[in-house]
Design a protein around this ligand. Structure first.
Ligand code: NDP
Ligand code: GDR
Length: 329
């Protein structure tokens, strides 16, 4: 039975990836952080795998800030695959806590890569790094590919760039099977509630239900390439099944403004967003990423991966899920 370790298993992508790997028959281990209240809602439905004779899901306390616990865990588990999804992943917040973001999102990758080497599993393990289209930042070319120059525009993007280059560097220095997935925005009903898509779909559902009146947003003119998270974790897995490690863009090759996302989301519940959306300048970023659109041709050719869900279908399925969650069970 193949064994995988996921950092960030309690996050959006971690939960979908855990599901996928369990379906594929893996033994799955996840690192969870200690917090004062339990924060495992996204993986609660997998509890059946945590108990009984067929136990295949283990959760371990740990933190990307704690090197020794990482080395110990890797040494004890000897995983076949590691997916490093943990991060302080909010771009706006990274301007408020840049040092912490650099430490977890950037240096965290150094800690886990070094733990791979120190624990002696470097020869057999396959490593996935969750890199981001935010690394492209200030537009240098469209659509963005694996060879488009990077120009990060936030402490988050700078930290992700460090993690990306460390992944490339450990691959070249130690012959590690290490891949960097440069993923464009991907969303789902499990998306964190402070990211713009989920903030919008929750608001559309609540306003329709009479529970909320207004929605405060920042810049609604930026353009994003939005895909469906459930499909993107399949791409992560495929990267680690290749003969050679490499870096890949996963995207939809479509871009839309936040205004367009608002049109679809509010339209789904028969509302006009212009009647409800208000501007709040506290939600602006000191530097913005104006336009992201990704070319996934390499992933299509080498991994056989392509997205099935585009912005419209995605916004609709998210609104439907948020409406359903408000109905009495
Ligand atoms: P989330 O913010 O939903 O999840 C982040 C995960 O990291 C959570 O499980 C969180 O734990 C964990 N985490 C945060 N800090 C630490 C720490 N110090 N030690 C251990 N774990 C920690 O992110 P997503 O699932 O959306 O994204 C997954 C990864 O992919 C992230 O690295 C993100 O930056 C990157 N990415 C995401 C994209 C997207 O559009 N979703 C696009 C490109 C890259 P807790 O639940 O306790 O907070
Ligand atoms: P992003 O996603 O920064 O692209 O990072 P987010 O949804 O936070 O912002 C997208 C765009 O929407 C604008 N915006 C707002 N954003 C938020 N969060 N809240 C608002 O109220 C709001 N109003 C307008 C933003 O300015 C921005 O232009 C996400 C994260 O998942 C990263 O971890 C990941 O690496 C990238 O996607 C790819």
């Amino acid at each position: 039975m193949r064994k995988a370790l996921i950092t960030g298993i309690t996050g959006q992508d971690g939960s979908y990836l855990a599901e996928l790997l369990l379906e594929k028959g893996y033994e799955v281990h996840g690192i969870v952080r200690r917090s004062s209240s339990i924060n495992r809602a996204r993986i609660d439905h997998l509890q059946a795998f945590e108990h009984g004779e067929n136990k295949r899901l283990w959760l371990h306390y740990g933190d990307l800030a704690d090197s020794v616990s990482l080395v110990k865990l890797l040494y004890q588990l000897q995983p076949d695959e590691i997916y490093n999804l943990a991060a302080q992943s909010h771009v706006r917040v990274s301007f408020d806590i840049p040092e912490y973001t650099a430490d977890i999102t950037g240096v965290g990758a150094a800690r886990i890569l070094e733990a791979v080497i120190e624990s002696g599993i470097g020869k057999k393990v396959r490593y996935y790094q969750a890199s981001s289209s935010e690394m492209f930042g200030k537009v240098q070319a469209v659509p963005q590919t694996e060879t488009t120059p990077f120009y990060p525009r936030s402490p988050y993007a700078c930290a992700k760039l460090m993690a990306h280059w460390l992944t490339v560097n450990y691959r070249e220095s130690y012959n590690l099977f290490a891949c960097s997935g440069i993923l464009f925005n991907h969303e789902s009903p499990r998306r964190g509630e402070s990211f713009v898509t989920r903030k919008i779909t929750i608001a559309a559902a609540r306003i329709k239900a009479g529970l909320q009146k207004d929605l405060f947003l920042g810049n609604i003119d930026s353009k994003r390439d939005w895909g469906y998270a459930k499909e993107y974790v399949e791409g992560m897995w495929r990267m680690l099944q290749q003969d050679e490690p490499d870096d890949y863009v996963l995207a939809t090759n479509e871009t839309h403004t936040i205004r367009e996302f608002l049109d679809v989301a509010f339209g789904r519940v028969g509302l006009d967003w212009h009647d409800h959306v208000k501007f709040d300048d506290r939600l602006l970023r000191p530097a913005e990423v104006d336009l992201l659109i990704g070319d996934y041709a390499k992933a299509q050719a080498k991994l056989g991966w392509e997205p099935a869900t585009r912005m419209k279908g995605l916004a609709e399925l998210m609104v439907d899920a948020d409406c359903a969650a408000l109905r009495p069970q």
